[in-house]
Design a binder for this molecule. Sequence first.
Ligand code: HEM
Length: 502
Amino acid sequence: MGEARSNIPALNHPHVFPLELRKKFNLPSIFYVDLYPVTQSAVFVLDPDVGAEVTADPTMWKHPAFTDHLAPLTGPVNLLLSDGPQWKKQRAMFNPGFSPQHIMSQLPVIIDVAEEFVRALERRADANKVFRLEEEATKISIDVIGRIVLDHDFRSFTTTNEFFDAMRKALSWMPDTQSFNPFHRKNPIRPFAFRHYKRRMDNYIGNVLDERFKVRDANLPKKARKKSSIDLALEAYFKESGQDIDSQIATMDPEFRQSAIDNMLILLFAGHDTTASTICYCYHMLAQHPDHAARLRKELDDVFGAGINAAEKLRQDPYLINKCEYMAAIIKETLRLWSPGSTIRQGRKDYFLKDPDTGEMLPTEGLMVWPVLQSMHRDPHYWGPDAHLFNPSRFLPENIDKITPNAFRPFEKGPRICIGQEVANVELKVVLALTVREFDIRAAYDELDALANDGSLWAAWRGSKSGLQEYYGDPMYQVLMFSAKPREGMPARITRRGSTKA
Ligand code: HEM
């Protein structure tokens, strides 16, 4: 184990570790690892098809390690953590608000928020100081989810938002699951800290829900009612509780209220940092590969017009965004190399994995079953000898058939595939369309010390500065904090290119 860890940083997200083990010891695509005393032992699945079978099976429930990690912040009963009929009911309730057509109809809202992001980047460029890009990217992701999922404006760019503050502080209390330090793992203060911040988040979201309950679209015909998650949850509640949605004396029972709050929290948590992290890695990849950045800028000029700001063009014709094929390939290749999400399922006595080479039935009882998507994404068995290289052409239409089936799965596969993937994809495309011709953004890890006391979540977090600090030569390795985030929130430098008009 130690040997395989030697070429990855101590705080690197563990999802790269199975690939290192496989390479070091020439292991098959499914293997067992004893992880005691850090956590429960696991079977790592690096075979794409077997991984897809695991996630396709609705009876393969989430592993308690996953639930225990997140439930203190988001409650145990919500779309991400529930299983069985409870999950099915919630998924059916929220699906309409995440359909591709609905998300495309929300494009003007996403553009509005992205323009706030552009203004924030302009301020950063004018200040000419190193800053943490992940902080700004988190604001756009939270505001997009707020606007299109909760129909609520968090105004993260222009105000100090109570929810945003509580959420970032709560994240800074996330346990480091790789730590061997018993005090860290059983830190007695953590449950109190989580409870405090959860209460603050609950109060905020509870108020948003109560407001919505008062002014629900009761009098509108069904088709005209909003499809934000908060409205869909209320609509389902009225139906189930047998109350008339038009009634002035309708009441909300406390159990429903808490589960609605927890679902809103999970949508915010699961959606914001995955997308924010991907925004950071897109810029990082473009800065490291000027040839691909130039090709993307040329594509944007071709689609939106040279020297023309993309926002207005997109408002007139939202479907222009789908003409940017190279941009879509860049986003996919970034997600391949730097996936932020993952899933871990619970092994069972009656559940076996079929070894793809030997046909042997492999037991899973008492184990974490982890289809390790990030390890699959960089495994040369599926991506060839240049698996660690950034090469967006892999995802161009002419090459797409060459990709090993099921080997690319940043949003996972099966019935529990990410419900927010369309939100994330559209947001990422709009962000890149509005910024890559306007700015040069690069990571500035050489200036990290200047940010040591910037009051951010990262300054409070225990970042490691000793030992190896690069993953395959890259100082921006991923760390585990809810999802996989760029180390130290991507210290960055930004300059204006001034190549389009506002
Ligand atoms: C680049 C961005 C994103 C990535 C890579 C990503 C990745 C994932 C992955 C891998 C899962 C499967 C987790 C599991 O099975 O345990 C998942 C589930 C989920 N994601 Fe995302 N996600 C992203 C953005 C979003 C957004 C924007 C939202 C909401 C607005 C969201 C909400 C959810 C929810 C609620 C689930 C649970 C779905 C279910 O179990 O039915 N995600 N995501």
